[in-house]
Design a protein around this ligand. Structure first.
Ligand SMILES: CC(C)(COP(=O)(O)OP(=O)(O)OC[C@H]1O[C@@H](n2cnc3c(N)ncnc32)[C@H](O)[C@@H]1OP(=O)(O)O)[C@@H](O)C(=O)NCCC(=O)NCCS
Length: 189
């Protein structure tokens, strides 16, 4: 069974920001954004590597298209800022027995510092709690990733512990992850 109700085709966050399914993003544009940002993204994200070519991006987009609304899969939204593709925000765990979903994200370096990701994550939290009746949102970030950690901290999450060597970056280095959690009962819309 798919996610019910089906995920929206578009989430209007505010007058500047719209989220659209990742598979609707032009693969050439996505490839260009990633490659303009390899140093920025590769410090914390394993897939942001120089050998991530256009075929790889197209295969990723196709998987996102075929598995859209599959509760076992991560659902990705492209973030459009004033019509420009700026980055992505994903949500996974709709099939979780404990109704806990995890959110992850990345943004082009030159578009940081405008609150775009905080607002986009906030919109997905609202969707998860209000439309899908989830009980908990989880965000994980490396201890040294201060910009990423600031997002759950800004949104009222609680730091609940350190997951040791849970991730790798694009250079193959193991990363610990700080676990942040927001319960539905703690959420202030
Ligand atoms: C993590 C990442 C998305 C954070 O980006 P960001 O721009 O810092 O986050 P936001 O878009 O929410 O912007 C927050 C900034 O905008 C400011 N801001 C402006 N208007 C704002 C608003 N309405 N709401 C919230 N913040 C606002 C905040 O004060 C903050 O500024 P500062 O950090 O310069 O003081 C980005 O650094 C990134 O993509 N990093 C590489 C990939 C990565 O690490 N991903 C996460 C893996 S766990």
């Amino acid at each position: 069974m798919g996610i019910e109700p089906p995920l929206p085709d578009q989430i209007v966050v505010d007058q500047d920001i719209t989220l659209r399914p990742m598979f609707t993003v032009d693969p050439e544009v996505m490839h260009a954004r990633i490659h303009e940002n390899l140093d920025h993204l590769g410090r914390f994200l394993v897939w942001a590597r120089a050998d991530y070519d256009l075929d790889g991006v197209m295969a990723f987009a196709e998987e996102k298209r075929t598995r859209w609304n599959d509760p076992q899969h991560e659902q990705g939204f492209g973030i459009f800022f004033q019509g420009e593709f700026a980055g992505a925000v994903g949500i996974k765990g709709f099939a979780s027995l404990t109704a806990a979903v995890e959110i992850g994200y990345w943004l082009s370096e030159h578009l940081q510092g405008r609150g775009m990701m905080t607002r986009s994550v906030s919109a997905l939290i609202k969707l998860a709690f209000e439309t899908y009746d989830m009980n908990q949102i989880i965000i994980k970030a490396a201890p040294g990733n201060s910009r990423s950690r600031a997002i759950p901290e800004r949104l009222g999450f609680t730091e609940t512990g350190l997951l040791r060597q849970m991730s790798k970056n694009a250079h193959g280095e193991l990363l610990d992850l700080v676990n942040y959690s927001l319960l539905r009962s703690e959420w202030q819309p």
